[in-house]
Design a protein around this ligand. Structure first.
Ligand code: EPU
Length: 338
């Protein structure tokens, strides 16, 4: 059970943008024991360390220095808490969509709106993945971490994860925690969430109560709008939906009556960044080997042969345009490394 490091390892198949980044050293970690071995090697060599999950929210440079480790801890355990709730503990290396699909197949509900999100279970809490009215924080009971600062493995309960929109303690204190397992609370009773208009519209009143129908609809909507990374490199939404004050919202709404926005609480509004970008004519535009997806302006794609430099040029041009037109700053959602 000794770790096997590979030198000059191509990460092309391990990041959904499909960038041909080369890691100085690469290793797969399959257990907590191996994780502790990795810790020793990182300390010994004083290497920078990147932990990869599914590589679905990551913008890599051409050369990645130090060690890249893919956490591949597997396993699932089920514990019935009462007639309704089941606690499901899942290894961080498991595939996210596979967990959503198989839970539903077992009659364990709650994850159906989060179908088809690329990536691993261990990556899900980092940016608090969310779609169609549900965020993963709504289903998480606790997250098991290896804490680099304290040099130990322990569970953080939901509150301690400091979850927020596309954000968490793991993202804010990037580099401190490695997520080893995630504990979910799922339900044997369906409690569907169909508040998100584009989802609600495609479901009959009866289907709105059925998690299987919600799952199917989410899969359909996503496959229509979002490119499959195996076919067209992408990292999902490239920018966060910006949140603005009521005053800015009023100003924008009167200048652009068709502005798409949602109340965000405390008098603030979330703007659909895809709409802002789309209105400026960016949809389907290509710059070198990268571009704006033809069906969803918030998704930037790699046609093949694209790299971080090209993507940054495109992203900067979009950000400038949006700032000039609306006075709104767009913040990238994926992580840039290094
Ligand atoms: N819109 C346009 N043109 C576009 C794209 C969007 O006009 O090209 C408008 C439409 O009116 C649409 C609205 O913007 O109704 C919202 O678009 P969409 O439903 O596609 O959702 P989104 O706000 O662009 C967010 C998440 C997605 C998630 C969907 C569904 C963020 C940054 N993105 O996208 O998450 O799947 O809602 O809940 O919050 C991701 O994070 O990688 C991701 C894909």
């Amino acid at each position: 059970m000794t770790l096997h490091f590979q030198s000059r390892f191509s990460l092309k198949a391990l990041n959904t943008l499909g960038f041909d980044a080369v890691a100085e050293r690469f290793v797969r970690v399959r257990s907590i024991d191996e994780l502790l071995e990795l810790r020793d090697e990182v300390k010994r060599s004083s290497s920078p360390l990147l932990i990869l999950g599914g590589g679905s929210n990551l913008v890599l440079a051409d050369a990645v220095p130090g060690i890249v480790a893919q956490l591949a801890i597997e396993g699932r355990a089920f514990e019935a808490l009462d007639a309704e709730s089941v606690r499901v503990t899942v290894g961080g290396g498991e595939n996210w969509h596979e967990l959503v699909r198989s839970s539903l197949g077992q009659g364990l509900y709650g994850l159906e709106n989060l179908a088809l999100i690329p990536g691993s279970v261990g990556a899900a809490p980092v940016q608090n993945i969310g779609a169609y009215g549900v965020e993963v924080k709504d289903l998480i009971e606790a997250v098991e971490v290896y804490d680099w600062a304290e040099d130990r493995v322990y569970w953080l309960d939901n509150r301690s994860c400091d979850f927020a929109y596309r954000d968490s303690r793991f993202k804010r204190e990037s580099g401190r925690y490695l997520i080893t397992r995630v504990r979910f609370l799922l339900s044997r009773q369906p409690h569907t969430v169909t508040s998100y208009a584009p989802l609600r519209e495609v479901l009959s009143p009866q289907q709105r109560e059925q998690p299987e129908a919600v799952f199917d609809a989410v899969c359909r909507i996503r496959s229509e709008k979002l490119p499959d990374p195996r076919e067209l490199g992408n990292a999902g939404s490239f920018f966060k939906n910006p949140v603005v004050s009521a005053e800015d919202h009023r100003r924008l709404k009167s200048a652009y009556p068709s502005l798409v926005s949602f109340p965000e609480g405390e008098g603030r509004f979330k703007l659909a960044a895809g709409w802002l970008i789309d209105q400026l004519g960016w949809k389907g535009r290509r710059m070198q080997n990268v571009g704006v997806h033809a069906k969803q302006a918030l998704v930037l794609v790699n046609y093949g042969g694209g790299d971080r430099g090209q993507l940054e040029k495109l992203a900067n041009a979009i950000q400038r345009d949006v700032l000039d037109a609306y006075g709104v700053e767009l913040e990238p959602e994926p992580r840039f490394y290094p």
